[in-house]
Design a protein around this ligand. Structure first.
Ligand code: ZN
Length: 70
């Protein structure tokens, strides 16, 4: 018998050798859950980058100057 059995490092479910050879050490269900986590992290990062944009234009020093001119 040359068939090897691999197990999910998350839940201990059996993983096919083909899947393991692709670089997965998680079963389908755990792999999908991890992928969803990654997607959430990425979208959060994008949102943060978006929020930072406007702040760079309104530095604390700009407001007193604008008020002083009026
Ligand atoms: Zn699993």
């Amino acid at each position: 018998m040359s068939e090897k059995i691999f197990f999910c490092s998350e839940c201990g479910d059996e993983i096919s050798e083909g899947r393991y050879n692709l670089g997965y050490d998680l079963c389908l269900a755990c792999g999908e859950r991890e992928a969803r986590k990654e997607t959430k992290k990425k979208s959060k990062r994008v949102a943060l980058a978006y929020n930072k944009g406007p702040y760079t234009y309104t530095t604390p020093n700009d407001n007193p100057k604008a008020l002083g001119k009026k």
